[in-house]
Design a protein around this ligand. Structure first.
Ligand code: PRP
Ligand code: MN
Ligand code: MG
Length: 179
C-alpha cells in the first residue's frame, strides 16, 4: 500500500516513558505482592518494547507469554474485527495474569482479549496499557493501569507501527503528513 510522506514529531520522550514505567511497576508489584508467579501476557506485535521494559522493572517472579491479536493490519483505521493469530503457549486457569498492551484506541482489541482470557478462569486478571486515547473509545473497556492518556493523534514508536514502520523508535511520536 503506498504511503503518503510523513515525519514523526516526538510526543513522549524515552526518559518520560522510563520514569512512568518505574512508577507503574511499583504499583503492579504491590497489587500482585502475594503471587507465586505472575504470567505477563504481551499482545503482539505492538507491546513487545513495552513488555520488555516493564518486566525488567517488575520486582516479582514472572513468566512471559504472548498472544497475537491484530485489528489494524496496515490501515490507519481499526477493522473492529479482532483476529487471534497466535494463542498463549501456557494455560492460565487459576493463575495471576497481567495483560500488557501498547495502546487502547477503539477498545476492540483489549475488550476481546480480556473476554477471551477471563473465560479461562484466571485467579486474578489485570491489564495495563502504555497509552490510552479515551476520546476514540467505541466499546466500554479500561486498563487497570495507564501510562499516558493522549489526544486523538496517530502515534508511532516504542513498539507502535504505521503500516509496520517506526516500531523501533525509542520514543512515542506523532505522525505528521507532509504532502
Ligand atoms: C494496534 C495496537 C493495539 C490495537 C489498539 O494493534 O497495537 O493492539 O491496535 O486498537 P483498538 O483499541 O482500536 O483495538 P494492531 O492491530 O495494529 O496490531 P500490531 O500490534 O501488530 O501492530
Ligand atoms: Mn496491537
Ligand atoms: Mg499495528
Amino acid at each position: 500500500m503506498p504511503q503518503r510522506p510523513y515525519v514523526v514529531d516526538e510526543m513522549i520522550s524515552a526518559k518520560a516513558i522510563a520514569a512512568r514505567i518505574e512508577a507503574l511497576s511499583r504499583e503492579i508489584a504491590e497489587e500482585f505482592a502475594d503471587t507465586d508467579k505472575l504470567v505477563v501476557v504481551g499482545l503482539l506485535r505492538g507491546s513487545f518494547v513495552f513488555i520488555a521494559d516493564l518486566v525488567r522493572e517488575l520486582d516479582l517472579p514472572v513468566e512471559v507469554d504472548f498472544l497475537e491479536a491484530s485489528s489494524y493490519g496496515d490501515a490507519m483505521e481499526s477493522s473492529r474485527e479482532v483476529r487471534i493469530l497466535k494463542d498463549l503457549r501456557g494455560g492460565i486457569e487459576g493463575r495471576d495474569v497481567l495483560v500488557v498492551e501498547d495502546i487502547i484506541d477503539t477498545g476492540y482489541t483489549m475488550k476481546h482479549v480480556l473476554g477471551l482470557l477471563k473465560a479461562r478462569k484466571p485467579h486474578k486478571l489485570r491489564s495495563i496499557a502504555l497509552l490510552d486515547k479515551p476520546t476514540r473509545r467505541e466499546v466500554d473497556v479500561r486498563a487497570d493501569w495507564t501510562g499516558f492518556e493522549i489526544p486523538d493523534e496517530f502515534v508511532v514508536g516504542y513498539g507502535i507501527d504505521y503500516a509496520q514502520r517506526n516500531r523501533n523508535l525509542p520514543y512515542i511520536g506523532k505522525v505528521r503528513f507532509t504532502a
